[in-house]
Design a protein around this ligand. Structure first.
Ligand code: CA
Length: 225
């Protein structure tokens, strides 16, 4: 499986490439849209991981060009946190999924695998479990059809849990996905966050519950595991 990584941040690109190689993927790495264009003309990639802020053009231009040429290669875009407009635009223009920076490598690998399994299908626009519905593009959460306003981190944590519903999300993954590299994370930050999110979901009448697996992580499910 061969992937094209388009990312101009040298250290991040090297880290991601190394991580993906360790998972058995072949990676070609470029840092500019024009290099990505020529690479994608000569090699048939199984998927493209695309940063949007690139030195010579907007990563979205590449999405547009590929789709205009009828290229079905699945594209995962990397966007700055909170750049909701970017995500909506990216998905509308033919990207298949997005991942917010900073992200955990484990999460990137999971998304790439999902893209390879379900090529050409927009992923995770609406995530549901029981009567919880999370719309990743708006972004809004509904419980039993009623909107439930959440903080940015509560939303992020719920999104992770929904993307892996009935599977465990480790505390470490949650920390990596929800906090920046430079942010100080207190030892119990995730516990406090999950505690608050759990109470808010319960108060809103959510049917699934967040279960704590001591020393392992968290799991969202309708049954007690
Ligand atoms: Ca960039």
């Amino acid at each position: 499986v061969r992937l094209l990584l388009v990312e101009d941040h040298e250290r991040l690109a090297a880290f991601v490439a190394q991580g993906l190689r360790a998972e058995g993927f072949a990676i070609d790495r470029v840092g500019r849209v024009d290099d990505a264009e020529s690479a994608s003309r000569t090699v048939r990639y199984d998927a493209i991981i695309l940063d949007l802020g690139l030195p010579d053009a907007d990563g979205m231009d590449l999405v547009q060009h590929l789709r205009d040429r009828g290229e079905p290669t699945p594209i995962l875009i990397l966007t700055a946190r909170d750049a909701v407009g970017d995500r909506v635009k990216g998905l509308n223009q033919g990207a298949d999924d997005y991942l917010m920076k900073p992200f955990a490598l484990e999460e990137l690998v999971a998304r790439v695998r999902a893209l390879l399994r379900r090529p050409g299908q927009a992923l995770g626009l609406r995530l549901t479990s029981g009567n919880i519905e999370l719309d990743t593009t708006s972004p809004e959460v509904y419980v039993g059809g009623q909107p439930l306003p959440l903080s940015r981190r509560e939303f992020g944590a719920l999104e992770l849990l929904l993307r892996r519903s009935n599977r465990v999300v480790s505390k470490q993954l949650m920390e990596e996905a929800l906090y920046g590299f430079e942010e100080e994370v207190s030892a119990n930050a995730i516990e406090v966050l999950i505690h608050r999110l759990r109470r808010r979901l319960q108060a809103a009448g959510a049917t699934p519950q967040i279960h704590t697996l001591r020393g392992i992580g968290y799991l969202l499910s309708e049954q007690i595991p």
